[in-house]
Design a binder for this molecule. Structure first.
Ligand SMILES: Nc1ncnc2c1ncn2[C@@H]1O[C@H](COP(=O)(O)OP(=O)(O)OP(=O)(O)O)[C@@H](O)[C@H]1O
Length: 290
């Protein structure tokens, strides 16, 4: 079961402050969408609208053509996983999971049990006594095992160590392949998670900067590596995003596509051309917008 999300001219105000400014975008069903933006860009605010936690001040948020706000049928199809405060959660994990089991029609208890084991989560402790990383892993279990048509993870990895984050990423990919649905992952760990994304949404200061598939974005930049003086000559006049030097070798990231002639010239000069990282493009695009 998959679902398509559409925002049309969405504005969200907190009092006089516009946290989201006239955002229109479509998120295709069955894909992994990466949502990135600097601190305070409006990611959580945007996700809370998708999850029907709030109503836009202006504009429409629709899932499969229907408004989502105060629409119980649509809301049941969306899991919004964010960092919760479990200070007052005296239940143990099995009791907590009962809610998802009862409320989510596609909830898979066997899969949840498998994930609990994979994350090595203790079942005999009240949730408030779990470490921060364990509480995040529990959120991930709820999000994945609910198998909702739309699953939103808002920086779900907070506190999780590297091996646990790796399990999270592996499970997103493996379970999506078996049970198609739409994932939206917001993150600051761009270089760690970019390989997961089919599509990337970048917002900055409440505005949409970009909503494109990962391959198209990657083609908007290139890395050029080779002898330092040759590389310097090649990148003259181009927009340099980042450079690194090791001995006589230099690697420079440039913004903009390289046409066939550029590629031929680079090869003739013994320069190596590679892709640019999403992280470098993100830093560049959000700096340029200021
Ligand atoms: N309840 C609120 N009342 C007033 N302003 C708010 C409220 N929630 C968020 N904001 C403001 O809206 C803007 C966007 O916040 P949001 O939490 O969506 O950003 P974010 O991109 O998720 O940031 P971060 O990466 O730091 O978590 C910020 O300027 C924030 O101060």
């Amino acid at each position: 079961m998959v679902a398509k999300i559409k925002l049309s001219n969405v504005t969200l105000k907190f009092g006089k402050f516009e946290a989201l400014k006239d955002i229109s975008l479509t998120l295709e069903a069955g894909k992994i969408h990466g949502l990135i933006g600097r601190n305070g860009a409006g990611k959580t605010t945007l996700l809370s609208l998708l999850a029907a936690f709030r109503e836009p001040t202006q504009g429409q948020v629709e899932i499969d053509g229907e408004p989502v706000f105060e629409n119980p049928e649509k809301m049941q199809q969306i899991a919004f996983i964010y960092e919760k405060n479990y200070a007052d959660e005296y239940e143990k994990i099995p009791a907590m999971l009962e809610f998802s089991e009862n409320y989510r029609p596609n909830y898979d208890k066997e899969y949840a049990d498998y994930l609990l084991k994979r994350f090595k989560l203790p079942l005999d402790k009240p949730v408030y006594k779990l470490s921060k990383g364990m509480q995040s892993a529990l959120n991930v279990v709820i999000g994945l095992a609910s198998r909702t048509p739309i699953t939103i993870f808002d920086e779900a990895y907070l506190g999780m160590d590297a091996p646990s984050r790796e399990i999270f990423y592996q499970e997103v990919l493996a379970d999506l392949a078996k049970h198609p649905r739409t994932f939206i992952l917001s993150t600051h760990l761009v270089s760690e998670m970019d390989y997961l994304f089919d599509n990337v949404v970048i917002i900055d200061q409440g505005r949409l900067l970009l909503n494109e598939d990962y391959e198209t974005i990657s083609a908007q930049g290139a890395s050029i590596t080779g002898a330092a003086d040759q590389v310097d000559a090649f990148v003259t006049g181009r927009k340099v995003l980042n450079e690194q030097k090791l001995g006589g070798t230099k690697s420079v990231m440039v913004f903009g596509t390289l046409d066939e002639q550029d590629q031929l010239t680079a090869r003739q000069q013994g320069l190596e051309i590679g892709p640019v990282s999403l992280q470098d493009l993100f830093i560049h695009l959000t700096e340029e917008a200021r």
